[in-house]
Design a protein around this ligand. Sequence first.
Ligand SMILES: [Zn+2]
Ligand SMILES: [Zn+2]
Length: 280
Amino acid sequence: MKDLEIRQRDCRALREGYSRAVRNFEIASIGGYALVMAWLLSKIAPGIAENPFLALAAFMVGLIAADFGSGFVHWMADTWGTPEWPIIGKALIRPFREHHVDQKEITRHDFIETNGNNCFISTPSAAIAALLPDGTVWFFLAAMTFAMCLAIFGTNQFHKWAHMDTPPRYARVLQRASLILPPDHHAVHHTAPYAKYYCITVGWLNEGLFRLRFFQTLEKIIAHFTGLIPREDDIGKRAALVVAEQPPPPLPDLPKMVLTSIELPLDLPEVAGRSMAEPD
Ligand SMILES: [Zn+2]
Ligand SMILES: [Zn+2]
């Protein structure tokens, strides 16, 4: 892997791709997100008060779904397409390319640039959740979606903190507790060829998805049907071809199940001999 000829895009050209139009789009996305999330919260608030434990379970599932979603979108943007694509190329793919070339750039992004993209991605789900009918199952789904969209909103902020030399104190406490993306964990993704550990909300799913060969399998299927080379635009064709031919990651050593023998007490056969129907 050390000899890979990684060929990345020009950092300055990528930065210039952040235009006024993209910024306006991000401002509109943040505004739309705030409105829709307030609407969704007003819909689920009575249910939270009525059934707080169900709400808590829904929030937890939402957090895990956000971690998966962050990994999935990150993988898509890292692996396929180019910044030249209309709309998605400039708004979504370009920042991911830029992030691999200059990982500190994210720490210089202001609130709008950090959060605009994720607001755009999560607003439609939040709007659909707000329109769900009443009922326990629908409430669970709506509360889960609320937590998921909130965690997606936090994702770029958590990611930014993971790259900062001196993040705020409270962020460091959360990083140490693995409640938000820890920096050393995320550093695994930033090792060339940037082909694993895509989840950037909390990172809980990274090792599992890697061992399950989840993204690697998806890449093989997509490459087979489209003829595209995964991450060709990100690291150059030669390196991308080498990475695509890498053997799959080793499966984890599953702990062997040890069944200890049970010594039956001497008087147990008497008890075991009785039929269930017999009363004492
Ligand atoms: Zn990446
Ligand atoms: Zn990063």
